[in-house]
Every structure is written in C-alpha cells, then in structure tokens.
Design a protein around this ligand. Structure first.
Ligand code: T4K
Length: 394
C-alpha cells in the first residue's frame, strides 16, 4: 500500500565552512605602497620618535576629526586611560562598567584609584545616569563610561549628573572613532575621551590611541606626562611616562585617517549585509541604534536568545568555530569576575552577566568579503534549523 502523506523534505545541506580561519579582527590596511612612501620620509629625516613631524601632524588632524581643541596621541588607549586619570589629579573611587575590555578597569588601578562597578542598561549596554547616580558617594572622584561598540554612553545626562555632583567624567571611546551621538562626533564629551588605534580597530595605527579634550590645561599636563622629552609646553612637577607614539605609528594612523570615511561606509555595507542575511532568524538579535546615533560598525555584535534559537550562545559558537568562523564571546567573563576584582567577593551585576553569556562578535573588517558574510549568515540560519541544532549538539 502506498503512503499518500507528503514525504518529509530532505534535510537542508549544511553550509560549507571556510578553508582558512576567519578571525573577528580583520585588519583595515593602507596600500602597502603608501606606507613604504611614508617610511621613506621617516628614513630620510632620520627622525623616528620624540615628537617628530608626523606625531605633530597627527595631533592636529585628530583634533580636527574629533572637533576638539586638543588631541594628544599616545602609544595605546590603555596608557591613555592611565594618563588621563593621573592628569586629572584624582583620589578615591571611579565608577566603571564591568562590561568592557579589561584595560578600562585595569587602567583605573594603574592610576592608583579604586574601581566601583556599576551595572549597565540592557539596551545600550552602557552606563546610564540613572544607574550611576546612586553609586556616587563621598569617595567618588570620577565616572569612567565606555561607549561600547561605539554606542553613546549617555554622555549628555552623565555630563549633567557629574557636574551637579562635582565629580569628573571621562569616556573610554576606544570603539567610537567616527561614531556620533545626537549628531555630534564623540571626542568632546566629559572632561576627556580616549580612543584606540589598535590594529583591530577601524583606525589602524598598528598600536596607538589618543586623548581628546577641550580643556587646554589638562591637555598641557597630558602632553608633559606622555613623555620624558620636552616640547615647548612642559608643565613642571608632574609624574611622567614614556607613552609617546612613534613616527611609524603616526604614519600608519595618518594613512588610516585618509580612508576613514570609506572604511565606515564599507563597514556599514557589511553590517547591512549581515542584517539582511540573518534578520528574522529566531533567537538572533542585532543591536539597534537610536535616532541621531551612528556607528562605525567595526564590531558586528549579535545577542543570542537560547530559548528562541534552541541553542545556547556557546553551542552556536562551537558550530561556527567548527566551520572555521572564529567568532568570539566579547566580553567574557565580565571584568568583575576576574582577579583581582573578584578577590574579595563578586559585584552583583545581573545585566552584565547576562550579556557576557549571550553576545557573539562576528568577523568584520576590510578583508571580510560579501561572499564571506553571506556564508557566515548561511551557517547561522542553518544553526536555527532542527538539523543545525542537532549538529551543534553532536
Ligand atoms: N577600552 C576598550 C573598550 C577596548 O576595547 C580596548 C581594546 C581598550 C580600552 C584598550 O585599547 P588598546 O590599549 O588596545 O589600544 C583586541 C584588541 O587587542 C584590543 O585593542 C581591543 N580593545 C579588543 C576589543 O580586541 P583581543 O585580545 O580580544 O583580540 P586580539 O588582539 O587577539 O585580536 C582579535 C583577532 O584579530 C585575532 O584573533 C586575530 C586578528 N588579528 C589581530 C591582530 C592584532 C589579526 O589578524 N592581525 C593582527 O595584527 O583584543
């Protein structure tokens, strides 16, 4: 007797993986010829460090990019955070998020201050004035907000709150080069902001960073403190560090600046391609941006809802990694769960913990092609099918 029921459709074929690993931090690189030319100039001048002409040009161009009176370039954003916290002459506690790269919090300790963790808003994944306000006490010296993924950390409300309570406000804007909040580029919020030009960032200086501020006195202190080599602006009596940028780093960063707008555009295209390839997949959600906020889209971040997807974030990651997509858990674990910060008990930060368990960062950057993005999306869509779930658990 024949079975008249419709035969089950064949199981979808698992998408092909990548032959070579696809990392999250694909580099944005200048043309090798342009870099060689810049290097020829450095060789001709025989001036490699100590505030050479490229560093000076970079500081001027960065001030113009960020729309501020002063940009002070330094060797990386971690040193920049340490310097700015010292230069503000603080004593006591600094309110910080735990949902960040460890450098944010470790810099507070290097500066001789005590971090006090504050939980974040689940939508923006950043500190908000409402969450920070109850944490401010007599020992609070500053608030250090992080514009995570280039999303604004409530800068206007935090400015109002910190001004009314007499504490300083610094932003870790390591992710936010070229991003905007309510139509304003990051760089001029709070007492100072700090940017990173690490190789994996949108503006690749190999290593590098800068501090931006409209406060001329603070800038003069920072210019003195970043180096043991005097410029014409030395402020006497300050502790100093060798955190100055080399001419080679300055050259690389200057080349990156030339193509920043185009890199942002390429990133936006990649982000939209990811969205159109994955949107609608049950249990996979993208970050949304508020009106007036623009991102540089250097980070492609998804949140996984295990109940809807039928897989945990880590099961999805295992499946992606088996296909050579080296997606990552950013940030995991929360800094509050790492030594020395958990040595005397772990702060209660339920939203931070939740995000640390559910977010995934996907490969991004110049070398990730449209075809790569489509293939990563196909793998994620497949992960949401019964066959994909079964494979992920196998
Ligand atoms: N504040 C925040 C919020 C930050 O995110 C960071 C740094 C800082 C402060 C401190 O900034 P810096 O002091 O670094 O200027 C990376 C970066 O090293 C780090 O700069 C960045 N944030 C963080 C978000 O990402 P890792 O350890 O997670 O990834 P990493 O360096 O292993 O790179 C990721 C992948 O990129 C690698 O698996 C391979 C690929 N890659 C990386 C490099 C360096 C390459 O293909 N080529 C390369 O040259 O920290």
């Amino acid at each position: 007797m024949s079975d008249e029921r419709t035969p089950p459709s064949p199981a979808p074929r698992p998408p092909e993986g990548f032959e070579t690993p696809l990392h999250v931090g694909q580099l944005n690189l200048p043309a090798a010829e342009a870099f060689r030319e810049a290097f020829d100039g450095i060789f001709d001048r025989r001036f490699f460090a100590n505030h050479g002409p490229l560093e000076q040009r970079l500081d001027r161009e960065l001030a113009s990019l960020f729309g501020v009176r002063n940009a002070v370039s330094v060797v990386n954003a971690t040193a920049a955070l340490m310097l700015v916290l010292r230069a503000l002459d603080l004593d006591g506690e600094v309110i910080v998020p735990s949902f960040t790269f460890p450098a944010t919090v470790q810099a507070v300790v290097w500066a001789g201050l005590r971090p006090v963790f504050c939980d974040i808003d689940p939508q923006t994944q950043t500190l908000t004035a409402a969450r920070v306000a109850p944490k401010i006490g007599p020992a609070t010296a500053a608030v250090l907000g992080v514009h995570i993924w280039g999303r604004g950390c409530d800068p206007l409300e935090l400015e109002a709150l910190t001004a009314s309570r007499g504490v300083k406000l610094v932003f870790d804007a390591a992710h936010a080069v070229g991003a905007t909040f309510r139509g304003r580029r990051f760089g001029g919020f709070g007492n100072a902001e700090v940017f990173s030009f690490h190789a994996t960032k949108i503006l690749n200086g190999a290593e590098g960073g800068c501090i931006t501020t409209d406060d001329d006195d603070l800038a003069a202190r920072l210019r003195t403190m970043r180096s043991f080599h005097d410029t014409d602006e030395r402020v006497p009596g300050l502790l100093r560090l060798n955190a100055k940028i080399s001419e080679a780093q300055a050259a690389m960063t200057l080349l990156g600046l030339r193509s920043l707008d185009s890199l942002i555009e390429q990133n936006r295209h990649r982000y939209e391609l990811y969205r159109s390839g994955i949107d609608g997949t049950p249990g996979i959600h993208f970050l949304d941006y508020a009106a007036g906020e623009t991102s540089n889209h250097q980070f492609i971040v998804l949140s996984v809802s295990p109940a809807e997807l039928g897989l945990s974030r880590d099961e999805l990651l295992d499946l992606l990694q088996a296909k050579n997509v080296l997606a990552r858990r950013y940030f995991f674990p929360g800094v509050h769960r790492t030594p020395p910060f958990c040595d005397e008990g772990t702060a209660e930060l339920p939203i931070t913990d939740h995000l640390c368990q559910t977010l995934v960062q996907l490969p991004s950057g110049q070398a990730v092609t449209d075809a790569d993005v489509k293939r990563v999306c196909a793998i994620i869509r497949w992960a949401a099918t019964p066959e994909g779930r079964m494979a992920a658990r196998a």
